[in-house]
Unconditional design. Structure first.
Length: 804
């Protein structure tokens, strides 16, 4: 029964499909189902012109049938409405394991053959279409980047709806059809994603039409939402802020599935009318009330139209149809016959002509050109991408009168730059800032001079910087921030995700998937480049002393550098001016994942803008003003990467210069972490000659690093002088304490670094006992002072660089 608002209210008693339209749409659906089954099973004989035999069947049967007929059903009905009403629609399949369906539909509409001419609209093309699926040298089983019209692979479940909303933001004419599987609906990210409707502004954004596909089962167990009563499910969805329309399929319907098609046509038409009404009211009457957006609940049998039983066990409308209903073909010849019966039930002779081409009357049902969901440019976002209009980052420079003596807040200065990024792109509306309620905390609040936080729910007079027109998106779900931004980028826009460093790990798995997407699309000629996914990680490990161990984890860098070298970049700017360069650079890049790690607390500033530009363009370099080797062969290299490690390194250099004025020290600072890799392993990697010119081939290297020290060894293990490299970093020694105590606990402080130098320079190690004793004494003084006063030693708090 089809219902709208009330649980048992039947929709208007009309049948929107004429008998002819019903016949055609059912035939189109049959064609999609036929092609889907063919992809899972067949090597040859695509039109079943010969009796089906084992030689026609793939030796390894891979794929998922259960969700596919439902995906095809939805696609066919959207095609009809797109053509009737000239709609602009993209299709997101949450159950991405239903890949055969999306491949089938893009083939039927002609898009697939345009992108892959070798998969022609012919019998030979059909054979190639079938063979390539889940086959060596072919295409993946999911709705992968190779699939026209896809922005969402759907392999790792949970992100369909959040991607859909990301795509809809700032796309006022776009409707995103988002199919949510009932298994996927059990994931945490999907459960949070329903609330994305509170951030969708009908006056300026597009629309998302969620279609909850209840087919009852996951791989082998029942789906939770499918087992709720009608009333309970409806109340749940209404509570999320939706008006649910129900389409409930009777598995015993007639061959035309007349009732199912009529109900779907009626309900889908009503949902589109609701969307258009909501948008019209918001755009003409200024209606500020948050609307109840429509959604559809499609309850259909899992494996719909497939075998009712296999080996005497229920299969259609059962978990047994999740993947390959008929298997063991070599040992069970009756399964070969059952497959033939199944495929012939779709009557392919009525759907394709003798040459294997879809018959003309069915071709006419598909939308034309870029109205086809497989060819919609929003699903190939690089086609629509416009470069950001960026302000001159040099205009925001922190003026340095004397190196290392003035305090500045790097991210606050970055916020001034981002404010003007919003202003410069106010007309194109193609930039957003995402974050889990941390924009102000991360010192980026200057952006609120140009925009607000967006929210379409109730706004109180006491709220600050909250409006329906805001472009800063804050929600206490890193999954939503990540997913919104991915959807936004994939459809041709730009953005930045600002997050506490420790908690970005929440999206480790999501960024894995995005990295895989970017890596794959580099090999697909028709996929146009999209803007980079940019992270600002702040409130970092060394300045989370006040929140303690739970907030201290720099390991996202380790995670991200495992991804493809062509995609990954990691930047550790040591001060405000280098952060400005890095931010501007990242916002100009494409096809990458850029990770920026920078502190938000007041900190000493090192480089004027000219020096910062030179240093950042190189990626790493010698800080001559902090070095004492005067261009000669140094006795020790003191390297640093990260703002706090840079501070501690320079303080250690200061101490060593005081006690060993003739010690030849070279200070090397690394901004672009990937320069440490050889150039043959990473595009930003230094040549061996460049690396050796910085780090020498035989001198000790004391490297102070922001994160886990073992990563530096991983990146540099092929380098000539790696054996002399000693790295200090985070060792999982964390607690609630003082800022300096954090580095002391992890042996990253200036005193330990100075001791490391003394122990590694041959002429010092046996003749510096008094200096070493002083260093140990200062560490003990630190211990005593902090435990008594709860603060760092004045000499630590007040230290400045005075030697330039």
């Amino acid at each position: 029964m089809t219902t709208a608002a009330a649980p048992r209210t039947t929709a208007a008693n009309t049948e929107p499909l004429s008998a002819e339209n019903l016949r055609l749409i059912n035939a189109y659906w049959r064609a999609a189902n036929y092609l889907s089954v063919g992809q899972i099973y067949l090597l040859n004989n695509p039109l079943l012109k010969e009796p089906l035999s084992l030689k026609h069947i793939k030796p390894r049967l891979l794929g998922h049938w259960g969700t596919t007929p439902g995906l095809n059903f939805i696609y066919a009905h959207f095609n009809r409405l797109i053509t009737e009403r000239d709609l602009n629609v993209i299709y997101i399949a949450g159950p991405g394991h239903g890949g055969p369906g999306l491949v089938a539909n893009t083939y039927l509409e002609g898009t697939y053959s345009e992108y892959y001419p070798e998969i022609a609209q012919s019998e030979a093309g059909l054979q190639r279409l079938f063979k390539q699926f889940s086959f060596p040298g072919g295409i993946p089983s999911h709705v992968a980047p190779e699939t026209p019209g896809s922005i969402h692979e759907g392999g790792e479940l949970g992100y369909a709806l959040v991607h859909a909303y990301g795509a809809a933001f700032d796309n006022p004419d776009l409707i995103v059809c988002c199919v949510v599987g009932d298994g996927e609906a059990e994931t945490g990210p999907l459960a949070a994603s329903w609330h994305s409707n509170k951030f969708l502004n009908a006056a300026r954004d597009g629309a998302v039409l969620p279609i909850l596909h209840l087919n009852g089962y996951k791989i082998a167990s029942a789906a939770m939402l499918a087992r709720l009563s009608h009333e309970e499910l409806e109340h749940l969805l209404k509570g999320y802020g939706y008006t649910p329309y129900f389409v409930e399929v009777n598995e015993h319907e007639n061959e035309l599935h007349e009732a199912a098609h009529q109900r779907m046509a009626l309900v889908l038409g009503q949902a589109i009318e609701d969307i258009k009404r909501i948008q019209h009211e918001a755009r003409t009457g200024g209606n500020s009330v948050r609307p109840m957006w429509p959604m559809i609940v499609l309850r259909s049998p899992k494996g719909w139209t497939g075998p009712k039983e296999v080996d005497g066990k229920p299969t259609e409308n059962s978990w047994r149809s999740h993947q390959v209903p008929l298997s063991e073909m070599a040992s069970k010849p009756e399964h070969v016959k059952a497959l033939e019966v199944w495929m012939k039930s779709y009557k392919p002779e009525e759907l394709f002509d003798g040459d294997g081409k879809l018959v003309a009357e069915l071709q006419a049902l598909a939308p034309k050109g870029q109205r086809r969901m497989g060819d919609n440019p929003h699903a190939n976002g690089g086609l629509l991408l416009k470069d950001l209009v960026l302000p001159d980052f040099k205009d925001y420079a922190f003026g340095i009168k004397k190196i290392g003596t003035e305090m500045g807040e790097a991210t606050r200065i970055m916020g001034q730059y981002l404010r003007d990024v919003f202003k410069h792109n106010a007309e194109t509306k193609n930039f957003r800032l995402m974050g889990p309620d941390e924009t102000s905390s991360n010192r980026l609040s200057t952006v609120f001079e140009a925009t607000d936080r967006v929210f379409t729910g109730e706004i109180l007079s006491t709220d600050e910087h909250l409006s329906t027109d805001g472009r800063v998106m804050e929600v206490l779900s890193e999954h939503l921030c990540q997913g919104w931004l991915e959807g936004y980028l994939l459809t041709g826009r730009h953005g930045l995700f600002s997050c506490y460093e420790a908690f970005i790990h929440i999206v480790d798995s999501m960024v894995n998937q995005h990295a895989k997407w970017l890596t794959t699309t580099r090999e697909i000629a028709w996929r146009r480049p999209i803007a980079s996914l940019n992270y600002l990680l702040t409130s970092h490990v060394w300045r989370q002393d006040h929140n303690g161990n739970s907030h201290q984890d720099p390991g996202f860098i380790d995670h991200i550098v495992n991804k493809t070298a062509e995609v990954v970049r990691v930047y550790l700017p040591p001060d405000a001016n280098t952060l400005l360069w890095v931010t501007d650079h990242c916002l100009r890049t494409y096809k990458r994942i850029n990770v920026i790690v920078a502190g938000k607390q007041p900190a000493l500033q090192w480089l004027d803008m000219e020096s910062a530009i030179t240093h950042c363009e190189a990626g790493a370099g010698i800080w001559k003003w902090a070095s004492t080797d005067e261009g000669r062969d140094p006795e020790v290299v003191m390297a640093c990467a990260g703002d706090v490690p840079t501070l501690e390194t320079l303080a250690a250099v200061d101490f060593l210069m005081e006690h060993f004025p003739d010690l030849r020290i070279r200070v090397v600072n690394v901004v672009d972490l990937m320069t440490l890799q050889p150039e043959r392993e990473h595009p930003h990697g230094f040549s061996d000659e460049t690396f050796d010119n910085l780090f020498t081939t035989d001198k000790p290297i004391v490297f102070a690093y922001h994160g886990y020290p073992w990563l530096i060894h991983r990146l540099a293990y092929r380098r000539t002088n790696h054996g002399n490299m000693h790295v200090r970093g985070y060792k999982e020694k964390g607690t609630t304490t003082t800022p300096f105590d954090m580095v002391v606990l992890n042996d990253l402080d200036r005193f330990h670094l100075a001791l490391d130098v003394i122990d590694r320079v041959d002429r010092l190690k046996d003749s510096s006992d008094a200096v070493k004793e002083r260093l140990h004494s200062r560490l003990q003084d630190h211990q005593t002072y902090t435990r008594e006063y709860g603060d760092d030693l004045p000499e630590v708090r007040n230290w400045k660089w005075t030697r330039s």
